[in-house]
Design a protein around this ligand. Structure first.
Ligand code: PLP
Length: 361
């Protein structure tokens, strides 16, 4: 007995966790500065924690009203019909739902390279395939309609990541509109706004009232600090919004996740504090690191360090965990998440030291 041919399926490579690294180094996880997964260093909103505690005794029941309430709150926030909000386990869940709704076997998606690996993983799970457009370091990861259209060959889905992971670049709104107007009728533009809260650019969600070929994904994992609960959503055009009922995994967004997300949505102060702290840390990283960095609209900064593997391992020995971007196809770059003030300062101190000692590749 064997599973189907999975040789084209590459496993997802997550940023390394504190427990894992602490065990390996024989250190206390508390002594580690983990800036490898773009998490919220201030944790979740206290209101979300309270909501989780309050809901704990009810988890013997399948989630239903919490899911409905969250969907309605999000529809209200973005001025959409509730059918247009597809709540999912993380934005990764939304990627799966959109893929399920769109791809026939052998259909393709077009995705940025470097980019978020789950787009193509999901396409392959659903018997499709992936092609790439290059968001190139040589052009400072600039994103434009032309760049995508040069590579575009009628793919069924085209992913845009704005702010882009791992570079932090954004696609200007007029470029996005031009793209939506240029692609074939059967192509869906998926705008991944996982880091949307940290950017100055407005969300593309309001374009759904004009375009039936744009979907926008958002998540509670980053600015809202709920990564461990797995909760996100896609906003889709009204014309085909009812597909959700046919593609979603029943009860995949858990009761605790929905309740926490609802509470987090109400705590605007926590998000504002998080965004302010990210703005400070981005500036600090860009000003204080002794290596080239790129302007970022996300809660992370990409830095060119020479041998990213050697630098990230050396930093890790000093208790600072950053993301080696080798798995993104950028073996000379690391991505540093914005931490608290203390974490960010510590990371800069260690990285500058390490970079001065590690020979460049
Ligand atoms: C983190 C991230 C996501 C989604 O994360 P979830 O935790 O599944 O919500 C989606 N896209 C990009 C580019 C990300 O970095």
């Amino acid at each position: 007995m064997q599973p189907r041919d999975l040789s084209a399926h590459t496993p997802y490579v997550p940023g390394r966790g504190t427990e894992e690294v602490a065990r390996e180094l024989g250190m206390d996880p508390e002594d580690l500065t983990k800036l490898s997964s773009n998490e919220n260093p201030h944790g979740p909103s206290p209101k979300a924690i309270e909501a989780i505690e309050d809901a704990a005794p009810t988890v013997s029941v399948y989630p239903k009203t919490a899911h409905t309430d969250l969907t309605e709150a999000l529809a209200d926030k973005w001025d959409l019909e509730s059918e247009q909000v597809w709540v999912s386990p993380g934005a990764d869940g939304s990627i799966d739902y959109l893929t399920r709704a769109m791809l026939e076997p052998d259909d393709e998606i077009l995705e940025p390279s470097p980019g978020f690996s789950y787009y193509s993983m999901s396409a392959r799970y659903h018997h499709g395939d992936a092609a790439q457009y290059e968001v190139s370091k040589g052009d400072d990861f600039e994103q434009s309609a032309d760049l995508v259209l040069d590579a575009y060959d009628g793919e069924r889905m085209v992913y845009l990541t704005t702010p882009h992971n791992p570079s932090g670049s954004v696609i200007p709104r007029d470029e996005l509109v031009e793209l939506a107007e240029s692609v074939d009728d059967h192509t869906l533009i998926v705008v991944d706004e996982a880091y949307g809260e940290f950017a100055d650019e407005p969300s593309a969600i309001d374009l759904l009232s004009e375009y039936d070929n744009i979907a926008v994904m958002r998540t509670f994992s980053k600015a809202y600090g709920l990564a461990g609960l797995r909760i996100g959503y896609a906003c889709v055009p009204e014309a085909w919004a009812d597909a959700y009922a046919r593609v979603n995994t029943p009860f995949a967004a858990s009761e605790l996740a929905c309740r926490a997300a609802l509470a987090a949505l109400e705590d605007e102060e926590h998000v504002e504090k998080t965004v302010e702290s990210v703005e400070w840390a981005r500036d600090y990283l860009r000003t204080e690191l002794d290596v080239p960095t790129w302007e970022s609209a996300g809660n992370f900064v990409l830095a060119e360090v020479g041998d990213a593997s050697a630098v990230s391992q050396a930093a890790q020995r000093e208790g600072v965990i950053v993301r080696d971007c080798g798995s993104f196809g950028l073996p000379e770059c690391i991505r540093i998440s914005c931490g608290t003030e203390a974490q960010t300062k510590r990371a800069v101190e260690v990285l500058n030291q390490v970079v001065s000692e590690v020979p460049t590749a």
